[in-house]
Design a protein around this ligand. Structure first.
Ligand code: FEO
Ligand code: CA
Ligand code: CA
Ligand code: CA
Length: 596
């Protein structure tokens, strides 16, 4: 607090030098230890990772691909022994399977995936729940932890809440409309106050292929979400991803999934009351009156920010009493006014335009087409809402808006103030009366990102921010136990910003407000996910996603980074090992709180 009073940064560490190379870098005096790599064994009987002998059976017993959200659920209240929960957002087959890509006449050609490779991809998606323990200052994976679990694209789940059993979610395989197989594209997420793990389903459009039957009633609904994109080859082997064969299947994806980590046999539940869109994350906080508020971003250019307020109250004495609290509540979408006020518009069937006249027959219809409902309500079209983080220490909420190169000059507004917003910005929200359930609040732009030395970029980092300290493309974020904001980025690189992605410490209070410092950076091609601080602030877990990926942006390092010719071999740096997305544990040498 003395440092803050003097106008200095609340963060005490020496910055990393921004730049681009094939390794990770952390601030001096800290260790950054790789804890879990793609393919690492999670169970006593898991096979060791062998990139030349991949199978779905092995992958189901190993850490999945492209780690994104990282959460920590203490065991017995401990900051040194708990469950790490990690989302595996998507797969990069060109980086996973040796020989899949060949260079023909200077051009990269990717062969079609075999069914076995598709099965590996499906098993590499989803999430990991794994017991970890700190021993002599270093984190270890407890391989025989009895709560260890892999969630995959083949895990049976329940649809619950208002959409469960609706005709629009019934399929040939599930005529009840209540039983879904798997989850995909789990980007960020959250841990609830009652210790469950919530996984957001984001870019679901890529998994679907084929064509809807002519004049199908879901055509407009799917178009609003870009379905089908056909980026994955799963439909070739599994009918549920083929719109021609299972036209209702996409309505069963795009939800928030809740997992009870205390029972490894529990059925994950898709909580339909929280809306269907390209869910980025689901961070939550208990409001003054005991109701629980979840902040939800929809990551698409010109899409919206939502919050969900439970009808019931959090019961701290009885965990079981909270287990279906997410099935009943009110979903709101944000309208940011030019005068710095904010209105949360309820998305409720029968209210305003959400009626039969506009094609809604029930709340289930409204939730299946959440985006269209929000369009009709006149919500504010944002520059790609990513993670939204409430801060219990100061009552504020931070909203990451990663970028929107398509916003035209005549489309700017106060909350999205830059045309061709290449570097993104961060908005700070204060809810009315300091009550997270409030229907109204205030907001201001905390930070416009990008290089502050280039005037036309219009970045607003403080003058105390060094040439290493600025960043672009905010994505995930965290608030530590001291209430300080940490921001990780997605999309920087040699051409975009002359630096790789990383984790930045961002001051929000006092004279140091909008000062940013670089704490950790990733190897080339990666984005920075996580981040997550243990309750004692002595460990920061970060997730290095898709290291070595990228196209022309990585030319200074030679070819695009295909398996046989990678620009980095992080984290193993062995010629027979591909790049591996990994979770890294950052601790202070000799112990102690981070950045204090
Ligand atoms: Fe998966 Fe919006 O990042
Ligand atoms: Ca993200
Ligand atoms: Ca977060
Ligand atoms: Ca992103």
């Amino acid at each position: 607090d003395d440092a803050r009073a003097a106008g200095g940064s609340a963060f005490t560490f020496d910055e990393v030098e921004a730049g681009v190379d094939d390794k990770h870098h952390v601030a001096p005096g800290y260790d950054a230890d790789v804890l879990l790599r793609w393919g690492d064994p999670l169970f006593a009987d898991s096979p060791e990772f062998d990139p030349t002998k991949q199978s779905a059976q092995a992958q189901e017993r190993q850490f999945g691909y492209n780690n994104d959200y990282v959460g920590y659920i203490p065991l017995d209240g401990s900051a040194e022994h708990g469950l790490l929960v990690v989302n595996h957002e998507y797969t990069n087959p060109h980086l996973m399977f040796p020989g899949l890509v060949t260079i023909v006449d200077g051009e990269a050609k990717q062969a079609p995936l075999s069914k076995e490779q598709v099965d590996v991809e499906m098993a590499a998606h989803g999430g990991t729940i794994v017991e970890i323990r700190k021993v002599s200052g270093k984190w270890q994976v407890v391989r025989d932890g009895k709560l260890n679990r892999r969630i995959t694209s083949n895990t049976e789940m329940a649809l619950s809440g208002p959409v469960a059993g609706h005709d629009r979610v019934k399929t040939n395989a599930d005529p009840t409309g209540t039983k879904v197989i798997g989850t995909v594209n789990n980007c960020a997420g959250g841990v609830t106050p009652w210790g469950t793990y919530v996984m957001a389903e984001e870019n679901i459009h890529g998994y679907f292929s084929g064509e809807l039957p002519a004049d199908h009633s879901e055509a407009a609904n799917y178009k609003r979400l870009g379905i089908p994109e056909g980026a994955y080859e799963w439909a070739a082997h599994y009918d549920r991803f083929d719109l021609g064969k299972e036209p209702n299947e996409p309505n069963r994806f795009g939800w928030i999934v809740e997992v009870d980590v205390n029972d490894p046999t529990s059925t994950p539940k898709k909580r339909t009351a929280m809306g269907r869109f390209k869910h980025e994350g689901a961070e939550s906080i208990v409001a003054k009156d005991g109701r629980v508020v979840f902040y939800l971003g929809d990551d698409e250019r010109f899409d919206y920010v939502y919050k969900f307020v439970t009808a019931g109250k959090f019961n701290a004495e009885d965990r079981a009493a909270n287990m279906d609290i997410l099935d009943d509540g009110t979903l709101y979408v944000a309208k940011f006014a030019e005068d710095g006020t904010l209105e949360w518009l309820p998305i409720v069937f029968g209210q305003g335009p959400l009626t039969a006249e506009n094609g809604f027959a029930s709340q289930a219809d409204v939730l299946i087409e959440t985006r269209r409902a929000a369009d009709l309500l006149g919500a504010t079209k944002m520059d790609r809402p990513e993670d939204v983080q409430p801060n219990a220490a100061n009552g504020k909420v931070y909203l990451m808006l990663t970028n929107n190169s398509k916003r035209k000059a005549d489309q700017v507004d106060a909350a999205n103030p830059r045309a061709e917003n290449a570097f993104g910005h961060i908005i700070e929200i204060v809810e009315g009366g300091g009550d997270f359930t409030a229907a109204k609040g205030k907001w201001e732009v905390l930070l416009k990102c990008g290089d502050p030395s280039v005037a036309e970029v219009g970045a607003t980092f403080s003058t105390a921010t060094t040439a290493n300290g600025w960043f672009g493309m905010p994505d995930n974020c965290a608030v530590d136990a001291a209430g300080r904001l940490w921001v990780s980025t997605d999309g920087q690189g040699p051409k975009a910003t002359g630096r790789t992605d990383g984790l930045w410490a961002v001051d929000t209070e006092g004279e140091a407000r909008a000062t940013s410092k670089l704490f950790f950076r990733v190897p080339i091609g990666a984005e920075m996910c996580g981040p997550l601080f243990t309750p004692d602030d002595q460990t920061a877990f970060v997730a290095v996603q898709h290291p070595g990926d990228g196209g022309e942006d990585w030319e200074p390092f030679g070819r695009p980074s295909y398996y046989e010719d990678l620009s980095t071999r992080w984290p193993d740096f062995k010629p027979d090992m591909p790049v591996r997305p990994s979770v890294v544990a950052i601790t202070k040498q000799g112990g102690g709180k981070i950045a204090v």
